[in-house]
Ligand binder design. Structure first.
Ligand code: ZN
Length: 183
């Protein structure tokens, strides 16, 4: 089922999301809906708060990047109760977008390598290093769990330039090509 995407200005995107019960809850149905929603909207990642759920869960699939970046590692997984335990390596600039901020793309600096501990939707624990674009997607989605969006990383000047566009999104004036939540 395609879920409506919550856009900039929705309070849920600014909340710190809660850890979930991995053992006693079946997260597979929500994860399946989140993949469906993400693919429909043309994204490579989608976090719980973006579908109105303030929970520490996101899904990613780097496959769509393959066309523009043939060497990208193809990685698809749900990340439940993820913890980025280490970030290192060079600062790496990349133009990011976000399904919650339609039509905005800006360069964001992030670390190139990370170590993450997380559970998948089958309850399996993972403990892995990521780099390149997969590390990029994970750091972007992880920010959503802490109530952050990528424009928070931009300079004051950049934020000033985007002010009008951001308030238009918050006021429901920007239409996305996918279903968004109406306040
Ligand atoms: Zn996002």
């Amino acid at each position: 089922m395609i879920l409506p995407i919550y856009v900039y200005g929705e309070p849920v995107l600014r909340k710190t999301a809660e850890e979930v019960d991995v053992e006693n809850t079946d997260w597979k149905p929500l994860v399946a809906d989140m993949y469906e929603t993400m693919y429909h909207a043309g994204g490579v990642g989608l976090a719980g708060p973006q579908v109105g759920k303030s929970i520490r869960l996101f899904v990613i699939d780097s496959e769509p990047f393959k066309e523009s970046f043939p060497n990208v590692r193809i990685y698809k997984s749900a990340f439940i109760n993820p913890v980025i335990t280490k970030q290192w390596g060079d600062d790496f600039v990349f133009s990011e977008g976000c399904l919650s901020l339609p039509r905005i793309n800006e360069d964001v600096v992030r670390k190139s390598q990370i170590h993450v501990e997380f559970y998948d939707e089958n309850g399996n624990f993972h403990d892995e290093d990521f780099d390149g674009l997969v590390a990029r997607i994970i750091q972007h989605e992880y920010d959503h769990l802490d109530g952050k969006v990528f424009v928070d990383h931009l300079s004051q000047i950049k934020k000033m330039v985007l002010k009008r566009q951001l308030s238009d999104i918050a006021n429901g004036k920007t239409c996305a090509a996918y279903k968004t939540h109406r306040k």
